[in-house]
Design a protein around this ligand. Structure first.
Ligand SMILES: [Mn+2]
Length: 324
C-alpha cells in the first residue's frame, strides 16, 4: 500500500485544485471516502471540491443527504460551476467507480485533462483510460477502507463526523461487516472508531425510508428457493438499480440453507441485471461468466441486453441445473 500512497501523494502535490467525483446515486461509501479525501487535501492546503450532479438534496438518498447537511467544511462544484473553478492545475480524482458511464457527471471527463481513478470494484472492460494514475484493488471492502488507510499513513485525523460517515459507508459496502471483510477492514474500522466515529450517529445515517424497505421486502416475499440451496428473486419492475439487486441478493443469503443467491431485474435502460452472492461453496463467478458477466467466487454480477427478465431467469436456471 505504501507505494500507491506515495505515488498518489506525489501526483496530487503537482496540482493546486482537486475535484473529487464518485458514481451516480452516491452512497455513504462514495460520499464518505470523498469527504475523507477532501479533508486530507485541505490539510495539505489544497483547494478541494466534491463534484455533485445537483445542488438539490432531494436527488440523493436520505443517508447521503444527511452527510452533506452535517459536514459543513466541504465545498462542492456542480456541472454549471466547475469550469469557473478550473485552471491548468486541476486534477479530477474519481473514487469508488472506474467506468465513465457510471460517473456522477461523465461529461466532465471531456473537459478535465488530468484524471486519477481509485476503486475497489471488479475491473470492467470499459474502464476510464488515459489517466495519470489508475488503481483498483478489488480485495478492499470499500473505498473508505482505502481512504482511511491513506489518512492513517499520513497520521491525518479526519474528525468525528467524517469518521462516522466513513464507518457507515464501510458498513454499507460490507453488508454489516459480513462480506468482503479482511483483517485490514477491521483495522480501518478501528482506526475510524479511534478518531471518534460515533455509533449512534452512524445508526441514524444508516436508517432507510420505510418505502424503500417495503419495496425490497415485497420483492423478497416473491423470492423462492431453487434446488434446495439457491435463493432467487426476480423483480417484477423495470426500474431496478444495481444497488437494489445487490441488496436483495445479500439479504437472500441470510436465509437458512441458502448457499448462493441471485437477484434478477430490469434497469431503466432495458438491460437485465443479475446480482449473485455465495457463501463460498458455490462459485457464482463461474456462473456469471457463463451469463456474460464476472466477479469473485462469492460476489459476481452480469448485465444482459436484448433479453427479457423471463428469458434471463430461464437461462440462469438452466446453467444452475447443469452444475447442481
Ligand atoms: Mn464502494
Amino acid at each position: 500500500m505504501e507505494t500507491i500512497f506515495n505515488k498518489l501523494t506525489e501526483i496530487l502535490s503537482k496540482y493546486d485544485r482537486i475535484f473529487i467525483m464518485s458514481h451516480q446515486n452516491p452512497d455513504l461509501d462514495a460520499i464518505g471516502s470523498s469527504m475523507g479525501l477532501s479533508h486530507m487535501l485541505r490539510e495539505m492546503k489544497k483547494d478541494s471540491y466534491i463534484f455533485l450532479k445537483t445542488k438539490d438534496k432531494k436527488e440523493y438518498n436520505s443517508s447521503v443527504r444527511q452527510a452533506i447537511e452535517k459536514v459543513q467544511e466541504m465545498e462542492y462544484v456542480y456541472p454549471n460551476t466547475y469550469q469557473e473553478k478550473m485552471d491548468k492545475s486541476t486534477v479530477l480524482v474519481i473514487l469508488d467507480v472506474h467506468q465513465r458511464e457510471r460517473l456522477e457527471y461523465p461529461e466532465a471527463l471531456d473537459v478535465i485533462e488530468n484524471v486519477i481513478v481509485l476503486d475497489h470494484h471488479i475491473k470492467n472492460n470499459s474502464y476510464i483510460k488515459e489517466t495519470e494514475l489508475f488503481y483498483i484493488d478489488s480485495t478492499m471492502s470499500s473505498m473508505v477502507e482505502f481512504i482511511s488507510s491513506y489518512a492513517k499513513y499520513y497520521g491525518v485525523n479526519l474528525g468525528i463526523l467524517i469518521s462516522t460517515i466513513m464507518l457507515a459507508g464501510m458498513e454499507i459496502d460490507t453488508n454489516g461487516f459480513n462480506l468482503k471483510t479482511t483483517e485490514k477492514t477491521f483495522e480501518m474500522a478501528a482506526y475510524l472508531t479511534s478518531m471518534g466515529a460515533d455509533s449512534v450517529l452512524k445508526q441514524t445515517l444508516l436508517k432507510e425510508s420505510k418505502d424503500d424497505y417495503l419495496r425490497r421486502a415485497d420483492f423478497i416475499k416473491g423470492s423462492f428457493i431453487f434446488h434446495k440451496v439457491i435463493g432467487m428473486c426476480v423483480l417484477p419492475v423495470t426500474d431496478c438499480s444495481k444497488e437494489e439487486l445487490a441488496e436483495i441478493a445479500e439479504e437472500l443469503l441470510n436465509f437458512e440453507d441458502v448457499e448462493a443467491s441471485f437477484a434478477i431485474g430490469q434497469f431503466s435502460d432495458n438491460t437485465i441485471g443479475i446480482s449473485a452472492r455465495s457463501m463460498g461453496k458455490i462459485d457464482v463467478c463461474e456462473i456469471m461468466k457463463k451469463m456474460g458477466g464476472g466477479g469473485h467466487v462469492t460476489n459476481a454480477a452480469s448485465q444482459i441486453s436484448d433479453k427479457t427478465v423471463k428469458e434471463v431467469e430461464r437461462m440462469l436456471k438452466k446453467k444452475l441445473g447443469e452444475i447442481l
